[in-house]
Design a protein around this ligand. Structure first.
Ligand SMILES: [Fe+2]
Length: 356
């Protein structure tokens, strides 16, 4: 296992009917599991699974680094399977319909909202935080950003509610606010919303009206929900919009939503930007604590999020796959990963790029 030419790949990549192109070794012991040239059948794969002690990765010999990354199609297949299994795909469709309806009628039809929130609660509310974060962190189609962003902000707000020790009622309220915070964006012209170049100042000014539009659209909702949506772009130092409120005047639901909003927006891939890794995003949130964000809530986020990311697969900046082993909140951008059966401390030149 000290052989640097050994390459980690997911065990699932070994399929019945394919010919092993190289020797395959077990995850921990380095035991030779399959000799190069072996035709894989069910019996062999069953044996490999048991010898691999239920670990999801095996190691191949003699592949170049470029062969390390999981093919994009495989990542896409996994994402779709997880979304189907968890019901995220249904919520995604419901959220699309809901936002379309808002854009068309310029009002919120409770029946449509109820469908989304019921799906969200029924299907995703029971999932573990780790699964929820796999859904949030997956690289999804850029043209579905708005509906996914609303769902993901609701999901992260829900996790924050739990981490803050809030009651189920307050946690559900936070999730609802996450779902609705950007509903005013449905009224922004699609030409601006889907623009792939950097926005002009005039276009950005139009985008900046969306918290007020959310507030107006929510006219039939309790004032605390309306205000929470209105204030989600306020900043702790008073430099946010639309009202330039200082930290103590920003409702706590908004302060939570701002963190979830920024996290999801940064880890998402957009037409005009690369996705940012969860670790680099958490490091940025820490930097913004006190100036833009509520430091106590950032602390809740960065103390609780890492535990849910342990064991997940990441793609490193050299294209190779590794596992998250340990995350130090004081050095949150550079976790320790496992690769080639060995622990590696990531750093600026070898860092985590994306997670799945
Ligand atoms: Fe927003």
């Amino acid at each position: 296992m000290k052989d640097r030419n050994l390459t980690p790949i997911p065990l699932d990549n070994l399929k019945v009917g394919t010919l092993a192109q190289s020797d395959v070794y077990s995850h921990n012991s380095g035991q030779l599991l399959i000799k190069s040239g072996t035709l894989l059948d069910e019996r062999i794969l069953e044996r490999v699974k048991s010898l691999n002690e239920n670990k999801p990765m095996v190691f191949l010999s003699g592949l170049p680094l470029s062969a390390l990354a999981m093919p994009a199609e495989e990542m896409e297949t996994r994402r779709k399977a997880l979304e189907k299994e968890t019901g995220y795909d249904t919520v995604n469709n419901e959220a699309f319909d809901f936002l379309n309806q808002v854009a068309t009628s310029k009002t919120i039809e409770m029946i449509n909202l109820k469908k989304v929130s019921t799906q969200l609660g029924n299907q995703l509310g029971v999932r573990s935080p780790s699964i929820v974060l796999s859904l949030v962190n997956a690289l999804a189609p850029v043209d579905e950003y708005l509906q996914r962003h609303c769902i993901n902000t609701a999901l992260i707000n829900g996790l924050m509610g739990k981490w803050m020790g809030l009651s189920a009622e307050k946690t559900n309220r936070l999730a609802l606010i996450g779902l609705l915070h950007d509903c005013g964006k449905a009224l922004t012209p699609a030409s601006i919303l889907n623009e792939t170049r950097r926005l002009t100042t005039a276009e950005f000014e139009i985008i900046k009206t969306h918290p007020l539009r959310s507030y107006e659209l929510l006219s039939n909702f309790p004032e605390d929900v309306r205000l929470a949506a209105r204030c989600h772009h306020e900043k702790a130092d008073g430099s946010g919009y639309p009202d330039g409120l200082p930290l103590e005047k920003i409702p706590i639901e908004s302060r939570v939503t701002t963190i979830s909003d920024i996290y999801d927006a940064l880890v998402a891939q957009r037409a005009y930007k690369e996705p940012r890794s969860p670790f680099s995003t958490m490091a940025l949130l820490k930097k913004l604590a006190g100036t833009e964000l509520d430091p106590e809530l950032v602390d809740v986020f960065v103390r609780n999020m890492p535990k849910e990311l342990i064991g997940k697969q990441v793609v490193l900046s050299n294209g190779s796959i590794a596992y998250i082993r340990e995350i130090d909140t004081e050095d949150i951008e550079y976790p320790i990963v496992i690769q080639y059966g060995q622990a590696i401390k990531t750093h600026e030149a070898l860092c985590c790029k994306s997670m799945y």
